[in-house]
Design a protein around this ligand. Structure first.
Ligand SMILES: Nc1ncnc2c1ncn2[C@@H]1O[C@H](COP(=O)(O)OP(=O)(O)O)[C@@H](O)[C@H]1O
Ligand SMILES: [Mg+2]
Length: 247
């Protein structure tokens, strides 16, 4: 279980302090698939960076299975897989297999484990044909598959995906949807951020909406539709923003 309590994060940008997140509190159960919705600059990446232990909160705590993740990051790191949409972090001069092997080694996986896991992921994502080609020449979709494989290399239970479909073509975006479905079936806990409402409404039972660093909704998609008397998530999102601005 992921427990985020009163988490705030500010950044000092020259003389100005940016409050990227303000007292955010929520809980996510094991096996839940959560959509993190918000406009550009809402604080999605900041939140995911904190849950992945990369960034410390200015205030508040995050616990995973009872462990304070910023006090004991090493206890939790190997159970988290992260993908940040903006960066692939691949070595262009290495092949896909070499890249994946490198990351597997960082997680302390054995040679045999690594080999088997790469074969498995390659099959799953249809990467067999280019597993031994250099990543430098890959299309965006191919590269994204390798990046997702990298996120899953150590078979983590918690998967954080930051705008994973941004910039992908339809085929790759569909592949991503199927992937979420299969990971859900494996019982993984998934949080993925997006500004694409349709994607979130198709894939997630739970929704966290943030606007200008504040959480404006946290609950099931179904409850939200009931509350708002519509299933049009785009409409709901916009009207929530308007209402939060009025307060
Ligand atoms: N390292 C940083 N330094 C200064 N400001 C930052 C930094 N990271 C994020 N911010 C600011 O925090 C806010 C939230 O950013 P971010 O979490 O990236 O939003 P999102 O991912 O929802 O687009 C923005 O105003 C952004 O400019
Ligand atoms: Mg972002």
């Amino acid at each position: 279980m992921i427990k985020v309590e009163q988490v705030s994060r500010s950044f000092r940008d020259k003389k100005v302090t940016v409050e990227a997140l303000k007292k955010v509190t929520f809980e996510i159960e094991k096996g839940e698939v959560v959509g993190l919705l918000g406009e550009n600059g809402a604080g999605k990446t900041t939140l995911l960076r904190m849950i992945s232990t990369i960034l410390e909160p200015s205030e508040g705590t995050i616990h995973i299975d009872g462990i304070d993740i910023h006090k004991q990051p090493m206890a939790i790191k190997s159970n988290i897989g992260v993908l940040f949409g903006s960066e692939t972090g691949m070595y262009d001069r290495l092949t896909a297999r070499e890249n994946l092997t490198y990351f597997a080694q960082l997680y302390g996986m054995t040679k045999q484990e690594t080999k088997a896991r790469i074969e498995d992921l390659a099959k799953r994502f249809g990467m067999e044909d280019y597993l031994d080609r250099k990543v430098g020449g890959f299309s965006k979709g191919m590269r994204q598959k390798v990046t997702i494989a990298r996120t899953l290399i150590h078979n983590p239970d918690i998967i954080l995906l930051d705008e994973p479909t941004t910039g992908l073509d339809i085929t790759s975006a569909n592949m991503f949807r199927e992937l979420i479905h299969s990971l859900r079936q494996e019982g993984k806990t998934i949080i993925f951020s997006s500004h694409i409402m349709d994607e979130v409404s198709q894939l997630c039972e739970s929704i966290i909406m943030i606007h200008k660093g504040e959480m404006v909704y946290n609950g099931t998609a179904e409850d939200l539709y009931q509350e708002e008397q519509t299933r049009d998530l785009n409409f709901i999102f916009m009207s929530r923003l308007v209402r939060s601005a009025e307060h």
